[in-house]
Design a protein around this ligand. Structure first.
Ligand SMILES: C[S@@+](CC[C@H](N)C(=O)[O-])C[C@H]1O[C@@H](n2cnc3c(N)ncnc32)[C@H](O)[C@@H]1O
Length: 219
């Protein structure tokens, strides 16, 4: 594990937090399991060094912060401004470097930086065409797989070799054995229409909660 990532995991252990206002799901804010999940994905999805990643629905920013520690240029967008602000306050307290911005147009050409922007992912007009190597949507509930328009800009901003990767635990109210099936069906019928589902896999690690992974390429 790289030293920046180790430092973040240490800081998070020393400064535990319970973001219970917007989610009672403590798995979501369990950085050790999130690192396992993200590492698994990056082993499968070969991403060139210094790539630019957009994290949709970044929540408190866990995925974005961990990806940034791996050296990528990362932007996290989140619809719920209060949730994002709680997350940013936390990262600031831990000394994690990031910039909050309303304008992501320059973020794509910077290197190794982390940006957060409070907005709906339907509004990505400031991000140039084909300027993003990977779009992530981590740990989203099954409902977002089919949220109308949430991913409609993804095809435009992705580089031709880019990918869009979603992880989901599936609709939360379903028993565990039905979640994989629900995610499979959702990915087949509800995925982003201008992208092609190229890979679907499960992370077989009991530590990982968001274990269903869907990878889309440009059609
Ligand atoms: C379950 S949380 C996942 C948080 C985060 N991705 C993580 O890995 O910790 C899903 C997030 O997606 C956000 N969201 C839902 N629809 C959105 C949209 N259209 N644009 C941006 N964020 C959205 C929600 O507000 C919520 O914070």
């Amino acid at each position: 594990m790289n030293s920046k990532l180790e430092r973040i995991l240490r800081l998070v252990q020393e400064n535990p937090v319970e973001f219970t206002r917007f989610s009672g799901d403590l798995q979501q804010i369990n950085p050790e399991s999130r690192v396992v999940s993200i590492s698994n994905i990056l082993e499968r999805v070969k991403l060139p060094e210094h790539s630019t990643i957009l994290d949709i629905g970044t929540g408190y920013g866990y995925g974005a912060v961990l990806l940034s520690a791996l050296g990528y240029n990362v932007m996290g967008v989140e619809l719920n401004r209060d949730k994002l602000e709680e997350g940013m306050d936390y990262w600031k307290r831990l000394g994690i470097d990031f910039e909050q911005t309303e304008d992501l147009s320059l973020a794509t050409s910077s290197s190794g930086k982390l940006y957060f922007s409070a907005r709906d992912s339907k509004n990505l007009g400031d991000i140039p065409n084909q300027s993003i190597d990977m779009v992530t949507a981590f740990y989203i509930s099954g409902y977002m797989t089919g949220e109308k328009g949430a991913f409609r800009e993804v095809g435009r901003i992705l580089d031709e070799h880019g990918n869009f990767t979603m992880t989901t635990e599936g609709p939360i109210q379903l028993p565990q054995f039905l979640r994989g099936l629900a995610v499979n069906l959702a990915s087949r019928f509800l995925g982003p229409s201008d992208l092609r589902l190229t890979s679907r896999f499960t992370i077989n690690d009991s530590q990982v909660y968001d274990k269903f992974v869907l990878v889309y390429d440009k059609a």
